[in-house]
Design a protein. Structure first.
Length: 227
């Protein structure tokens, strides 16, 4: 068996996500939210959100067989539902995932034992530039505050060699959605517009909507390509 390759440039201990509460401004808000998702709030999310992977299989097969994608990174991989399907289509040693929640990663490592899963935060990805052919999020940008959303998107684009995919809740205007008693934890936005504003060179290759019959929770998606 080929040993796991180390392309991560650093790790982050889960305890560090709940520190630095004395800070103020955008970084403090990002740290607060990372602490929520790393702790009990995130654990509760994992427990109540099992992924129906079989329904998602068709989407991933169509995407990966229709484009020259041989390596992927999911930012906010959770329990590994998407990665488990992708690992059936490409070499699992070229499948990467990162998440802030240790319990989710424990489950992912059971679901996709030969993939590379890393504990870390989306605004500071511990990977080299152009690590993978495709970097993507599913229901992760919706949980990013306004202050750090551009940084998270920039990190995703940086780690992609060619393709970027987002699957998120859509709204023409940014709107915060009440979410399990915590403020600032869920936003609907026009993520395509934000990507265009930050990276006008990206080309839209495909877009659509994924409902419950496809195994997704009413997500709008776009596949973008770097020049």
């Amino acid at each position: 068996m080929r040993p796991m390759r180390s392309h991560a440039t650093g790790g982050t201990d889960a305890s560090s996500f709940v520190t630095l509460r004395f800070m103020s401004g955008p970084k403090a808000e990002a740290t607060r939210l990372e602490g929520l998702w790393a702790g009990g709030f995130g654990n509760a999310y994992v427990a109540r959100n099992p992924v129906d992977v079989e329904l998602r299989a068709r989407f991933w097969k169509t995407l990966l067989t229709g484009h020259p994608i041989r390596s992927v990174l999911e930012v906010g991989c959770g329990q590994g539902g998407n990665l488990s399907l992708i690992a059936q289509l490409i070499d699992p040693r070229d499948v990467w995932g990162i998440d802030v929640n240790a319990e989710a990663l424990n489950r992912a490592r059971v679901s996709v034992p030969n993939a590379n899963t890393v504990l870390g935060v989306a605004r500071r990805l511990p990977f080299r530039d152009g690590l993978v052919d495709l970097a993507f999020t599913v229901g992760v940008l919706i949980h990013q505050p306004e202050s750090t959303l551009p940084l998270v998107m920039s990190e995703i684009v940086r780690c992609s060699r060619r393709y970027v995919l987002w699957v998120e809740y859509f709204a023409e205007q940014t709107e915060e959605v009440p979410y399990h008693g915590e403020t600032g934890t869920l936003y609907r936005r026009d993520y395509g517009r934000v990507y265009r504003e930050l990276f006008p060179e990206l080309v839209v290759l495909g877009e659509g909507f994924l409902g419950r019959e496809e195994g997704f929770d009413r997500g709008t998606w776009q596949l973008l390509e770097k020049p």
